[in-house]
Design a protein around this ligand. Sequence first.
Ligand code: URA
Length: 211
Amino acid sequence: MTLEELESAAKECIACRLSEKRRNVAFGDGNPNSPLVLVGEGPGDQEDQQGKPFVGKAGQLLNKALADAGLSREIVYITNTVKCRAADWSTGKPVNRPPTDDETLTCRQWLVPQLALIKPQVILCIGSPSAKNLIKKDFKITVDRGRYFPCEFARTAIATLHPAYILRQQSPTNDGGYSLLVADLMKAWEAAQKLASKPPRPQAVPAALIE
Ligand code: URA
């Protein structure tokens, strides 16, 4: 299956209740041949409207951080933990909410093959829900941000602050962690470039297979 075929199938997904209210599936954007994949949390209003990840306010800050790191959306590949908008509709008006564990688990049926087809050298998890999904359940962004971790879906994974969090923290005297986001993007890209030029070490053959 190609990435395009996977995306077409994802657009028809009705595996969880997020499909009931979505306008569009925001599957992914950017360069699918990139050694670096960014994985956020999930689409918001703008992403749901345009069918693309990170195109609202948080996306604009991410674009600025990418540019400040010497990168762009066209150089990396960007996607999310869940591909449809999670919102609370109880008041009639949608209010964004984090995806539930169930929704995250269900949406792995798209994220896992997506990453398997792209085969990135490095995954940069944007925010803690993504890091909990792809690195480890007890990931703590305050402790573990900016560190390399083993990852099933890439040669290594790192996590950084979510631009939506940075926007909430920013004040005239505080960049809200923006400089950390830029530094982590640079670090992840440098690692991705380095790893892309080094073939993976052949896996040791288990003794049981030799005998
Ligand atoms: N926040 C995310 O995590 N992803 C998006 O696509 C937009 C906002």
